[in-house]
Write a protein that binds this ligand. Sequence first.
Ligand SMILES: CNc1ncnc2c1ncn2[C@@H]1O[C@H](COP(=O)(O)O)[C@@H](O)[C@H]1O
Ligand SMILES: [Zn+2]
Length: 354
Amino acid sequence: MRKNQPEMDDECVFYRELPKVELHAHLNGSVSFQTMEKLMNRKPHLNIEHSMTAIGKGQRRTLDECFEVFKVIHKLVDTEEDILMVSKDVIREFAEDGVKYLELRSTPREEQRTGLTKTSYIDAIIKAIHQCKSEGLDIDVRLLVAIDRRNGMEVAMETVKLAEEFMLSSDGLVVGIDLSGDPTVGHGKHFLPALERAKNSGLKLSLHLSEVQSQLEESELLLNLPPDRIGHGTFLHPEMGGSQSLVDKVVKNGIPLELCLTSNIKGQTVPMFSLHHFKYWYELGHPTVICTDDKGVFCTDLSQEYQLVASTFGLSQKEMWKLSQQAIDCIFAEEAVKQQLKKKWQDLHPQVFK
Ligand SMILES: CNc1ncnc2c1ncn2[C@@H]1O[C@H](COP(=O)(O)O)[C@@H](O)[C@H]1O
Ligand SMILES: [Zn+2]
């Protein structure tokens, strides 16, 4: 197999070695098979199997079913120790895959039974980031605190307040807010006050927008904020039932899109890779960042996603390099980090194109 497909292997190596930026990764959706195994061994009484926590090759689920998967994972990850272990494993795995800068996002949860609080939840992730740093991993990590739409506007406001506190106390590790969760639940307008507050206090905003069809009105409203980045944006453009006015707002404000191909195919919001909206935005010359969304649940990694984009849309390694380099301009960390990353890309360029 290996002998018959040498060019395939070379491609894999190229995309693994390509320095990458990951900006859209939900912590609990990013838990690998190996880490899941450890969690299942810790909690055998839950009787959870791998088929319940991941969507394998060639499989598809409805988006509703995907959200059921997260509920199962949340049962397995419900203590401070779990959050710490999961975060460290996820960061290490991204680093091994050639990711040099990672923005994780996660919804703080509390569990009375285990004593987990929303504060200790975020603390555990921050601890993991510090521990990975002190291990000398070649990856810079930041955190976005996530609002789950299902939990309503009051919780959203509490989440923003918590994120504000951590933004001030975490030495710049907490950089923003994510709005995510089942897109068919609730209306985005309810989250406007919380999101406006976040923006005014200096937190960056990455919002899941038009992930499913007919969210025109909501997307229009949320784009007025405007957000600093958009997750998915699958149905923003007119060919997908969106509108030119939505596209104009995105373009005028230069809001980068975080695009996750495998996630959209496995969650069935996009019927096939070649029809993915990456093409539309790439041809417009608009900033797009390739991301994984949930590398554990969707059984992928960032180098696979890059390779997928290249093979689906016929892009060269040079064009893919440019795409990964341009993602640096879309990160939420401060300017000095951008400059360091740009330098790193320059230094790695000759090695990757050997
Ligand atoms: C597939 N498309 C998606 N669309 C919207 N929200 C998603 C998502 N994938 C993940 N999440 C959000 O991330 C949570 C899991 O990670 P955390 O527990 O926060 O670390 C999910 O419960 C959901 O709220
Ligand atoms: Zn997402």
